[in-house]
Design a protein around this ligand. Sequence first.
Ligand SMILES: [Zn+2]
Ligand SMILES: [Zn+2]
Length: 274
Amino acid sequence: MIDFHLHPSYSIDSRAGIEAMVAAAIEKRLAAICFTTHIDLNPDRECLDYYMRCDGVLMRYCAEGLNKYIREVGEAADKFSDDIEIFLGYELSYGQHFEDRIEEFLDTYPADFVIGAVHCLENISITASSEAAGYFRATDIKKAVEDYVSATIQLIESGLFRTVGHIDGIKKYGRVFYGANLDTELAKVFAPVFDSMRERRVGFELNTSALRKGLSEIYPSGRLLEMAADSDVKINSTGSDAHRPEDVGFALDLAEKLISKMGLSVGEPLAGYM
Ligand SMILES: [Zn+2]
Ligand SMILES: [Zn+2]
């Protein structure tokens, strides 16, 4: 099993040391892990998101901090190479209005694996508890779903990413406001997302963190997974989205069972470990 979605303490919402996460992964006998610290370059949210943590100190993204992250992951990869494979990555927030910033970042700091994710609609973070309620209260379900799907298609068509993170992440807080209707509305309009993914050869991750948020299904839901299977879109990775060592490897066995039970097709890097 592989866990390719881990937030070490370089992410502003994590306090987990890299070695503590590696130790947890080795204990769970994972074959490989990838650190995917948050990178959020949205110019309209710089005062909120344009930060990383380095040695416990909050700082704006800078070469010194980013190079330290890259170096520390590399050192862990060398140190633990007998026990586990360790890769360098990022989870990059996507927005069409800052594609140029994302491209420049990835050119400057290349990684082994990158997740692209929609976290904001109308520059409001729909995946952060502090902001999501305001967005969902003020937004009709159909508009929220349409805007989410459009943003996801833009992410895919940007050509910047091979792997989409928590592809129905809108349900993290949206489900509380819209109830089961959200699943129905998403399924109604999601086909073009998978069409676009197949054409562009973009895959997605199975992300188990939804289960820790009290949802009954992982990202994505079974309904969307059936649509992905019909469209022959590939699953590139499995990830816990852990922000604490104890969540490393969380429910990945369940994710793997879903892959075989539903006959889902698997892409790289996951294919190399199945
Ligand atoms: Zn995310
Ligand atoms: Zn994440």
